[in-house]
Ligand binder design. Sequence first.
Ligand SMILES: C[S@@+](CC[C@H](N)C(=O)[O-])C[C@H]1O[C@@H](n2cnc3c(N)ncnc32)[C@H](O)[C@@H]1O
Length: 247
Amino acid sequence: MTYRSAAKFYDLFGEKNDLGFYKELALQSGKNALELGVGTARVAIHLAKAGIRVVGIDNSDFMLEEARRKLAKESMEVREKVILKTGDLRNFELHKSFSFIYIPASTFDHCITVQDRNRCLTCVYKHLEDNGRFVFDVEQATLEKPLASWWIDRKKINKDEMVVRSIFTRRDFGRHTCSMDLFFDVYKNGKLTERHHEFGEVAMLSKRELTDLLEELGFEIEAIYGDFDKKPYNPDSSKIILVTKKK
Ligand SMILES: C[S@@+](CC[C@H](N)C(=O)[O-])C[C@H]1O[C@@H](n2cnc3c(N)ncnc32)[C@H](O)[C@@H]1O
C-alpha cells in the first residue's frame, strides 16, 4: 500500500475494536512495546495512556507525520512514552529488545512474499526479550468471499465538507494476494475539491501457513483467536489473531 496523501483520512475511517485487546496483552507482557507499521499511532497512543512505553516504526512519512501531529496534542506524560521512527518492518535494527511486539490492523498482510514474512519475523524474534510476546492479526481469506468487490462509505469532516471513500478489491487465489484501489474524494458544499488515490496489494494468508512459519522460526503459539473478544479461531472467523511467545 502506498499510504501517501490519504494518510490524513486514515483515522476518519479507521475505527477498530482492537484497542482493549492489545492493551491487555501489552500490560501483561511488561511495559516495553514495539509496534510495527505504527501508522497514525492509533494503538500506540492508547497504550501510552495506559503507562506503556512504545517504539513505533513505519515506512510512510505521511502516516508518521499524522502520528506526530496527534501526539503533539497529548500530555507530556503520554508524549514522552511514544518514540516514532522511519523504518521497514521487513528489515530493522533497533539495538534494543522488547517484552511485547505487536502488529495490528492486518499490517502483516503487507508482507507479500515468503521472503518478506521470513525477514519480518526474523527481525521480530531478534528484538523480543526471552519469554516476550509477539501478537498480530491478519484478515482471514475465505473462498466464499467474491473475487472482486467494492464498497463506498462517507464521513462528514465539518458542516460543509465530507469525504467519500471508495474501495475496489480484486482477489487472486492463485497468487494468494488481494489488490485494491482506494479513492478518497473530498466534497465541499457538494462539489468535488480533492481526490486522493492509493493502490496496494496485500497477502491472503492461511492459519496453517502462519503457524508453520512461526514455529519454524522459534515462536511458541499460545493462542489463536477469531476476534478481539477472544473467541477461539475457526475457519469462518473473519480474523486470524495470533498470540505467540519467544521460546
Ligand atoms: C493498516 S495501517 C495500520 C496502522 C496502525 N498500526 C493501526 O493499527 O492503526 C498499516 C501501516 O503499515 C505501514 N507499513 C506497510 N508496509 C510497511 C513496511 N514494509 N514497513 C513499515 N511500515 C509499513 C503503513 O505505512 C501503514 O502505516
